[in-house]
Design a protein around this ligand. Sequence first.
Ligand code: SF4
Ligand code: SF4
Length: 226
Amino acid sequence: MPRWTMAIDLDKCLGCQACTVACRMENNTPIAGPEQAAKGRAMLWNEVIPSSDGEYPNVTARYIPRPCMHCDDALCVKVCPVKATYRNEEGTVLVDYDRCIGCRFCTVACPYAARYFNWHEPYYPETLKAHLNPDVAIRPKGVVEKCTFCVHRLRKAREQAAAEGRVFQASDYVPACVETCTGRARYFGDLDDPASLVSQLLKSPRAFHLLEELGTHPKVFYLREG
Ligand code: SF4
Ligand code: SF4
C-alpha cells in the first residue's frame, strides 16, 4: 500500500503562488471576499507564507508553502468527536463532509493552521462558475475543509489505468500543486517505495519537518535552503 508523501524544496520555491491558484481551481475552494478575508476567513488550502530575516540591505526572504501535512499522528483525527476526520488506508487525512458537525475542534487542534471552516454557503463569481471542477464536491456551509492531496486525482488515475488494462504506477498520480509548481520545487510519491524520489530526498541532510518536536509525523517534508 503506498504512503503518499510530498517534499518541498525551499531553495526552489519562487513564492509565485501558482500552487495556491492551482489548488483553488482544482478543489473549488470558495471565495471568501475582502470582508471575510479581513476577519481571517480566507480559504487557502495551500498557503505560501513569506518570511524575511535581517535588515535592508542585508535581507533574506523565503517562502514556505503550507498544505495540510497529512500527519501520521494527526491531532485533527484524534479530536474529531464524530470520526468525520480520518486517515485512509494510504495515510491521507480526509474529511467526510456528511459527518462533520462543524464543531471546529480539529481546526483548533491542528498545529499547522491547515483547516478552514465554511462560515457561509459557498460563493463563486459568475466568471469562475464555468470552471468548477466536476470531480470535487462543493462543501456546504458549516463544515471544515482542507487539502486532500487531490485524492480525486488518485481515484481517476486508478480508473484510467484499469480502463487501459495496465497496472497503476505511483507516477500516474500528481496533485495539482505539484503539477503546476513553476519552480519545480515540489515532489510527490510513495514513501514506502525505497526507490522513490521522495524516499531518497528524505535522506538528505537538508530534509526537515515543520514543528517536528510535536511528534505529529507529517507526510509533507521540506528541504532547507543551502
Ligand atoms: S496538518 Fe493539521 S489538518 Fe493536516 S493532518 Fe496534520 S493536524 Fe490534521
Ligand atoms: S469540525 Fe467536523 S471534522 Fe472537525 S472535529 Fe468537528 S466534526 Fe470533526
